[in-house]
Design a protein around this ligand. Structure first.
Ligand code: SF4
Ligand code: SF4
Length: 226
């Protein structure tokens, strides 16, 4: 089956976006966090995303947005499982990647966690969008309101073109300037500063996303105009 046939499977199962990145595009990823470090036979990465309902981002309470995040993560994990099974059924071996947790790398003093594969970078390398200064992947149609999934394939496939649009308008530093923790520098997030706001644990034990300003304030949050 060719690249288009595989992407059609993902779309039919519920992906809103889908692309393919040949494994060579990950040569600059950090040692130990490349697709071949996870699955030695990997030749192509199928990356897909589902859109989030957008209005919760602007709600006064952080509960709806936190809930949407939990739901969409489970939804994308479930989609990843379905895609993985379907590909196995047609003889394509593949190793699925969690949409969020779990991962092993954790530096407790910095509260720094690193996923086994950066799905934001995988999305960029598969043509799903570009990284904004917020470090979020921004797609022209759905903005930064997407949840990404991926599976590593043992077949060589044609890659999609990288996105050719600009996601950060000239002179925009809104996310950097608005972050209440000054956690952004345009390339990375200081997780030690961000986590207490973006993963706030209530006295009852619920995990709430009390801050999403770098996402909501972005002029490209809901897509690229024009
Ligand atoms: S707020 Fe501005 S600088 Fe930050 S990601 Fe969005 S467009 Fe880019
Ligand atoms: S979620 Fe909030 S604290 Fe974290 S980087 Fe974004 S704006 Fe800053």
């Amino acid at each position: 089956m060719d690249a288009n046939g595989i992407k059609e499977i993902a779309i039919k199962l519920g992906a809103d976006l889908c692309g393919i990145a040949p494994v060579k595009r990950f040569d600059n990823a950090p040692d130990g966090f490349r697709p071949v470090d996870i699955y030695a036979e990997c030749q192509s990465i199928l990356v897909f995303a589902k859109r989030l309902p957008t209005t919760s981002l602007f709600a006064s309470s952080c509960v709806p947005y936190s809930h949407v995040n939990d739901l969409i993560t489970r939804e994308v994990d479930s989609l990843t499982l379905q895609i993985s099974l379907k590909l196995e059924d047609i003889g394509i071996n593949n190793v699925l990647i969690p949409s969020d947790d779990p991962y092993e790398h954790w530096e407790s003093e910095k509260m720094y966690g690193r996923a086994i594969l950066s799905l934001r970078h995988a999305g960029m390398l598969a043509g799903l969008g570009k990284l904004g200064q917020s470090t979020l992947l921004i797609n022209d149609r759905y903005g930064n309101m997407i949840q990404i999934g991926a599976t590593l394939l043992n077949v060589e496939l044609a890659g999609d073109s990288l996105a050719d649009y600009e996601v950060c308008p000239d002179g925009c530093d809104l996310c950097l300037d608005s972050c209440p923790q000054a956690a952004l520098n345009g390339e990375t997030v200081n997780q030690l500063l961000c986590r207490p706001f973006s993963n706030f644990i209530t006295p009852k034990g619920y995990n709430l996303k009390k801050c999403n300003l770098c996402r909501s304030i972005c002029p490209s949050a809901l897509g690229i105009e024009g």
